[in-house]
Every structure is written in C-alpha cells, then in structure tokens.
Ligand binder design. Structure first.
Ligand code: ZN
Ligand code: ZN
Ligand code: ZN
Length: 441
C-alpha cells in the first residue's frame, strides 16, 4: 500500500485544506515584534522546529475564483534601504506600505524615481520553536534596566527571555535546571520566527525533503512515483521510468512545472514503507532540524546539518517534546489529526500550535520615518490609522507576556540573506521608535 496523498501536507505543499482557512481569515495569532525574530547563526549549530501556520499566499491565486491558497509561511514585500556604505545604521528593512494595503508607499515612490538606495524583495516568515537555554532577565538598554512607565506594573523592571550565551551561565543553570524551570526563571525553548528571502526559503524545504524519507512508524520510505501537488497528475514513475537512486533523490527535490495544470512546485512522492503497510511520511513539522548558516551575504545558505524526528528528540531537560501512549509493553507517540501531540509542559503545546500574526509583526512604517531615513520630502498626508503606534510603548506582547512592554522599533537589519544586498550593519538604533512625521507648514 502506498502513501495516502492527504498525509503529504508538509512545507513544500503550498495548498492547504479548508480547515486552516478560517484561522487565516481571522488573521489572528500571537502578537509579536522584531524581538521575537530568530536569526540562524553562523557560529554554532542550533535546533529549530518549524511549526504549522495558515497564511494567505499571494503567489497562489486560484485562476477561477481569485481566492488565495494558504501556506504555512507568511509572504510579504519588504523594502531594503541602503542608507550608508557601511557601519551602524547603514541598512534598514521596512515593509512596503502598498503591500500592507495602504494607499501610498514612499519607498516605492523613491524607487520609481530612481533612488538606487531602495530595493524591494519578497520576504517569507515562518513560525518556529527554538530549542535552547533562555533565562528571564530584566530588559536593559544602554546598561540600564528598563522599567514600566505606567500601568499596574509601573516602576517594575520589564522582564524578557534572553538567550543564555555564556558557558559559565549555561553551566550554572544546567546544574539546577529542574528547579529553575519550575520556578519560571528558565525555559528550554522559545517561540520565535524566522524571516528569509527566496533562496533561504528553498534551503528550508530541505528539512521537508529529509523528513519525508521517514515513516511515522519509524520505518524508511521508498518513493515509487511522484505526482503534482496540485492536480495529482503523475510526473514520474520510479519503476516505469527506470529511475536510479540518485535520479530519484534529485527529482524529489527539484522544483518543476506540471505539464498538466501548469502548477510550479516540488513533486509529491508516493512511497512504500520498509516496516508498515500504511506509510505516512514525516513532514518538516515533525522533525527538529539542526541548522547553521554558512557563507556570506548573497551567497549564504541555511544548511540543514541533520534532522531528528520528534519521537527521538530530547530537549535540554532530557524530556520529549511530544506525548507517548503505552500499548502493551511499548510506548508509541500519541497521534491526533495525523500529527503528533506536543506536551503541555512550559506552554510548549500552545507555542507550537499557535501562529504569529505576521501582518502585525511586519506592520509598515510611517512615511515620515522613511522620509527622514532617506533624507527626502514626504509628500503624503499623515499615515491613516489612529492605532498606528499601539505596539509602541506599552502594548503588544503575546497574551500574558510582559516581555514586550518595551518600545518597539524599526529594525536595523543585517542584509545577510540570499537576495538582499548591502553591507552588514549593527542594530544600534534598535530601540528607537519610528519618529512621527514632522509637521510642515
Ligand atoms: Zn513600497
Ligand atoms: Zn498539476
Ligand atoms: Zn511505516
């Protein structure tokens, strides 16, 4: 027996079922800010888990109905502003205001008028869980503890989850880990997001391709044919087409156009399992990927060093991230709706099953802010929307979180992505809110 197609709904499959649509329509999700962004480092290998989402995909329009398909990642258009040749504050990214459904975009206007400092790139955002050691510490800015300026917590320090970087801190915490987790001062994962360009998005598809080689039962999957992810037309048959092992592997990862429906995507494999009669391939969301960034700037890649299925992955406290059920003498991962069930401990289930509201995370900047950065005149009236700065100075944060009480910011970015060009920069202006448009007489 071969894989039921329904089970193949991983990262590569851009078409999601209707069940997810209501979530996408609601536009809801966890509030977040640039602080929740996770940058895959070059220095070390890190463990991340992609988690499911449902976002309308502007690249997947139904020709008949005009309705957008859904994807697990969010897509938006981001301007890159190259402000200085190099150094701190030399590069800045800002959501295109028109892409965010506003009427005008000053960056677009500047770009159209030939300002070569301004670029525009598609940006893809994924929900992830980063497994690593985090400690709850007071937020500091310029060496000073930041406190709440108003509200019931007035005068109290704003607490944030910070990555434990120093080996000595790591050691200190690991000695006492169960207690520190219990009293809420240490966590062994955080819900984060990653933001990538087209090249790095394709790098991430590697996780899915690797995961799909394993069956949920623990066996290995052997592809017997490949079909179009949209119309299900058979694109290649391993036996009929006499495909060799290498050929099969290459075909499985190649993005191609379906001759039948014209859809461009990665072929969906149909497999047999070495161990069971009901093969069910793992998806990118079922495996912890150990990743690292390699290479510089436009030539950098997210490299997937290895994947570990969640039923084999142990967190820093030596526990599993998913639940198991006893059957006879053995334990098997608990399955609900074709997926493994996350443990509730430390809020992991909630973190892994909720999605960021990326429309909010990537809210566009005020025209005045862009005008000031580029040193140009802002011909547009003040940006509409009274709640424009709701996220800044007090609000924001996910549900009961107090970590984002600080002032939000324009993010100074490292254009260290496959398709962003520009020099590296620091984030010295991270904590400055965008300035309001200056009044002009
Ligand atoms: Zn724009
Ligand atoms: Zn097709
Ligand atoms: Zn199996």
């Amino acid at each position: 027996m071969s894989t039921p197609r329904k089970a193949v709904s991983g990262l590569r499959r851009s078409v999601l079922d209707g069940k997810s649509r209501s979530a996408a329509k609601r536009g809801g999700g966890w509030k977040g800010s640039w602080r929740d962004r996770y940058d895959i480092p070059k220095a070390e290998e890190e463990d991340i888990l992609l988690t499911r989402g449902a976002y309308e995909n502007p690249d997947d329009v139904n020709e008949k109905t005009g309705e957008l398909g859904l994807a697990h990642f969010h897509t938006c258009q981001m301007h890159g502003l190259k402000l200085k040749p190099k150094g701190p504050g030399s590069y800045l990214t800002a959501r295109c205001n028109i892409d965010a459904k506003q009427q005008d975009c000053l960056a677009c206007k500047a770009q159209a008028e030939g300002d070569r400092r301004v670029g525009l790139k598609p940006t893809f955002s994924f929900n992830i869980i980063h497994f690593g050691l985090y400690e709850r510490v007071p937020l500091e800015r310029d060496g000073r503890v930041v406190k709440y300026e108003d509200g019931e917590n007035r005068g109290k320090p704003i607490m944030v989850w910070e990555r434990v970087e120093r080996p000595s801190d790591h050691k200190r915490i690991m000695k006492d880990l169960p207690t520190l987790i219990k009293n809420g001062s240490v966590c062994i994962f955080q819900k984060r997001y990653i933001e990538v360009g087209g090249g790095h998005r394709d790098d991430l598809a590697q996780i899915d391709a690797e995961a799909a080689k394993y069956c949920r039962c623990g066996g290995d999957l052997i592809p017997i044919r490949f079909s179009c992810e949209k119309c299900e037309e058979v694109l290649a048959d391993v036996e009929e087409d006499d495909m060799g092992k290498k050929e099969v592997a290459a075909f499985a990862e190649s993005r191609g156009k379906c001759k039948d429906c014209g859809h461009i995507g990665v072929p969906v494999p149909e497999c047999t399992c070495s161990d069971c009669k009901r093969p069910s391939p793992l998806t990118a969301f079922d495996v912890v990927a150990t990743v690292k960034k390699e290479g510089e700037g436009t030539n950098s890649h997210i490299v997937v060093k290895r994947i570990t299925p969640l039923d084999q992955y142990r967190m820093l406290d030596n526990e599993y991230a998913i639940e198991f059920e006893k059957e006879g003498k053995d334990y098997f991962p608990k399955v609900e709706d074709d997926a493994w069930v996350f443990v509730e401990d430390m809020g992991l289930r909630k973190a892994a099953t909720s999605q960021w509201n990326f429309e909010e995370v990537h809210a566009p900047k005020d025209h005045g802010f862009i005008a000031e950065k580029l040193g140009i005149r802002n011909p547009f009236p003040a940006t509409e929307g009274k709640d424009k700065y709701k996220r800044y100075g007090g609000g924001g944060g996910k549900s009961d979180e107090d970590t984002r009480g600080g002032r939000g910011s324009s993010r100074e970015d490292e254009p260290d992505d496959d398709d962003r060009r520009g020099p590296r920069s620091s984030r010295d202006e991270d904590d400055e809110p965008p300035r309001r448009r200056r009044e002009r007489a």
